[in-house]
Design a protein. Structure first.
Length: 156
């Protein structure tokens, strides 16, 4: 995947950010225990059909460095407690269910300091404009999940 000018991406409209997200290969889905489980299961299967790498995150039930075996998994995939614990590239962070955006800010900030790889964050719920501005400060575009979903369906 080519490099994007983050200053251009962060100023992009949601539709443009959705287009950028739809062509990314590495997705992290947040909200396993937050009321978004069904959406996440369907989305992870759909993304894998498209050849994307999918990571699952649950702030409530996920794995952390201090956690012991057995690992919490869905299928053969571990469920991570936060995005900064994933040692693989993450291009898109997709938030589902009843997840507090501000609670995620610290781990997103840490991830961007260590890896700087998240390009787009998407959600099906309306975001707090202050929170969106904070994500722009990290160089991350914010898109509506419905717009990304439409872009992904066109790839089939």
């Amino acid at each position: 995947m080519g490099r994007f000018d983050l200053h251009t991406i962060r100023q992009a409209e949601s539709r443009v950010a959705a287009e950028i997200a739809s062509i990314q290969d590495n997705w992290a889905l947040v909200g396993i225990d937050g009321g978004g489980e069904e959406t996440i299961y369907e989305l992870s299967a759909f993304l894998e059909e498209l050849g994307k790498n999918v990571f699952l995150i649950c702030p409530e039930c996920g794995l952390c460095n201090e956690c012991s075996d057995p690992m919490t998994t869905i299928g053969n995939r571990p469920i991570f407690k936060s995005v900064e614990l994933i040692d693989e590239p993450v291009d898109v962070l997709s938030i589902h269910g009843n997840v507090d955006y501000w609670f995620l800010t610290t781990s997103i900030s840490q991830r961007m300091q260590w890896y700087g790889d998240i390009k787009v964050i998407c959600s099906s719920a309306p975001e707090d404009e202050r929170w969106v501005s904070e994500m722009f400060d990290y160089g991350i575009a914010v898109a509506n999940f419905d717009e990304i979903s439409n872009q992904l369906e066109n790839q089939l």
